[in-house]
Design a protein around this ligand. Structure first.
Ligand code: ASP
Length: 332
């Protein structure tokens, strides 16, 4: 996709996060996420004289730990409208880093590829010494305004690096380069004045994989721990979870009593996906756990947070049969 307009026209949707965070001191550690208005951030980015026209639309001013259905629904609606608007060439979402991987992946699953859509955040508040926010924002403008960013699905820009939504995760609590990609690493390196792609897009086809639903079901994540019993499984089923994700040890393992309780949940029609609490790696079918016998789904390359997002999207689209769910996890 190419755009004829000399200066790309970019819609910026603000949700808050540390990129809009303000601290009480330039060197202290306490700060509030989302305290800086989107317009103020755009005024500051305006001083950089980037080759782009930016329009702002605030969605929320919250830490991304509080992002949920309301903000996702608004973001989806705004981005879908922007994709259909010939006056807009790309979209930037300013977002907290804690749940960037969830929002990016959910939008990636439910929006067509096409115009660039870029999530950007920061690890340090806007007024902290060495703040990374404006740098990341300027990089996001570069990516969102580049015709080569089109048809790649939702992208995440952090620390001069561009990741695909399906791969990206927050892997460190405090470093500026806190994000990693798995199984694919970065797609591009970016600075405010350069953008170098060195990986092809992973998106196949341009259509959205799933329809945007009217609501998302409750899907619980159960983190396995040594010596635990099956009571937490019963508790999650007791609050009406429509699906369960196991954040298991190693290759998605858990104590046998937990596996048995999860097997009963699966037999009762509640989809169960086994993922790993380990930071990185694949969870494959039938390694130490007999997925065929228990009716489980293996999360493959998706960690617990993204496995939950995919399972919510599947259930919301009426896909609850383990074999069909497994196909979706295999294909991501
Ligand atoms: N808790 C913050 C958030 O996710 C952290 C950040 O943005 O870096 O909104």
């Amino acid at each position: 996709m190419t755009h004829a307009h000399p200066r790309p026209r970019i819609l910026v949707l603000g949700t808050g996060g540390t990129i809009a965070g303000a601290a009480r001191s330039r060197t202290g550690k306490a700060y509030g996420a989302g305290e800086v208005a989107l317009e103020t951030m755009l005024d500051e980015i305006g001083t950089l004289e980037l080759e782009a026209e930016l329009a702002a639309r605030p969605i929320a001013r919250i830490g991304s730990q509080d992002i949920g259905w309301k903000e996702w629904d608004a973001l989806h609606r705004e981005i879908a409208a922007a994709q259909a608007d010939p006056e807009i060439d790309g979209v930037i979402v300013t977002h907290g880093t804690d749940t960037a991987e969830e929002t990016a992946f959910l939008l990636d699953l439910t929006l067509p590829a096409g115009k660039p859509v870029v999530l950007v955040g920061a690890m340090r508040p806007s007024d902290a010494v060495g703040s990374d926010g404006m740098r990341n924002f300027a990089n996001a403008v570069r990516v969102a305004g580049d015709p080569e960013s089109a048809d790649r699905g939702v992208l995440v820009v952090m620390a001069d690096t561009v990741f695909a939504a399906a791969d990206v995760r927050k892997a460190a609590t405090a470093n500026v380069d806190a994000f990693r990609g798995y199984p694919r690493g970065p797609l591009a390196r970016v600075t405010p004045s350069s953008l170098d792609w060195f990986a092809p897009t992973h998106r196949t086809g341009s259509a959205a994989r799933f329809a945007w639903p009217d609501a998302l079901p409750r899907v619980g994540i159960l983190t396995a721990g040594a010596g635990m019993d099956e009571k937490p499984v019963e508790a999650l089923l007791g609050i009406g979870c429509a699906g369960l994700v196991l954040a298991g040890m190693g290759q998605g393992n858990a104590p046998q009593v937990v596996i048995e309780a999860l097997g009963q949940a699966a037999a009762g029609g509640v989809p169960v996906v086994r993922s790993a609490r380990v930071d990185e790696g694949m969870v494959d079918r039938n390694v130490e756990v007999d997925d065929d016998a228990h009716g489980f789904v293996a999360a493959r390359a998706l960690g617990p947070a993204k496995a939950r997002v995919l399972l919510m999207a599947l259930i919301a689209n009426g896909i609850t049969e383990p074999k069909r769910i497994q196909l979706a996890f295999d294909g991501r």
